[in-house]
Design a binder for this molecule. Structure first.
Ligand code: BEZ
Length: 222
């Protein structure tokens, strides 16, 4: 008999990196959404907020609207979600337009039934029994979860950082490289460390900016 106690048994399993994103169909401020419809077409940034008509969430929505064009250039569909009704979402988006002059260009899902929250582990009961935490799932165009964050209710996210992570993931895919701390477009990238003794010995002569056999950087083509 196993003596291992699963302390998480009562909680839904959170999807992990490189696993397929759980599919869902839901109503949104721009009509019905089926996540798997984006597979083979677009990346998706699915982000949960705790509640409509709250100040931190309002600043985040303004941030996502500010960077919406930049996400679009990276072929990313932004999708918001909370446990509020579609009518509440629509009223809040109109209120943001009225108070801040900002048009929210992305759909926001009505998840009152909690189906999406259950699949993505958006309710953290010790934080709130009813409101979704500030979760972000970055899903690639193959429908795989590539990165995610969970923030508590009181801490607004950096939309610029979310955009930076999408860009870093796309660069890593395209050029088979990694990106260092704080990497931004135009910065040098990390060349994968050599895997054999022979490759390690020849690394210094391969034209990279090499500090040691395991640490090489290079510029990407413009
Ligand atoms: C806010 O967005 O301001 C907020 C929402 C839920 C709890 C705390 C703050």
């Amino acid at each position: 008999m196993s003596h291992i106690v699963d302390t998480n048994a009562d909680f839904p399993r959170i999807p992990r990196i490189n696993e397929p994103a759980p599919d869902f169909e839901a109503n949104s401020t721009q009509g019905p959404i089926k996540l798997s419809d984006y597979k083979g077409k677009k990346w998706v940034v699915l982000f949960a907020h705790p509640a409509d008509f709250t100040p931190v969430c309002t600043t985040e929505f303004i941030g996502f609207a500010k960077y919406a064009e930049a996400f679009d250039k990276l072929n990313v569909q932004l999708i918001g979600i909370s446990e509020d009704s579609n009518f509440s979402h629509l009223a809040w988006l109109a209120n943001i337009k009225q108070n801040f002059g900002v048009q929210i260009p992305f759909p926001v899902i009505d998840d009152r039934a909690g189906h999406v929250a259950a699949r993505f582990g958006l309710i953290h009961p010790s934080e709130s029994q009813t409101a979704t935490v500030r979760a972000v799932f970055i899903i690639d165009d193959q429908g795989l979860i590539r990165a995610f964050i969970y923030y508590p209710l009181t801490t607004g996210r950096s939309v610029e950082e979310i955009l930076r992570v999408v860009e870093a993931l796309q660069v890593a895919d395209k050029y088979k490289v990694a990106t260092p701390e704080g990497w931004k477009k135009g910065d040098k990238v990390i060349v994968p460390a050599p895997a054999t003794q022979q490759a390690a010995e020849s690394r210094a002569s391969e034209g990279y900016e090499t500090t040691d056999w395991y640490f090489s950087k290079k510029d990407l083509p413009l």
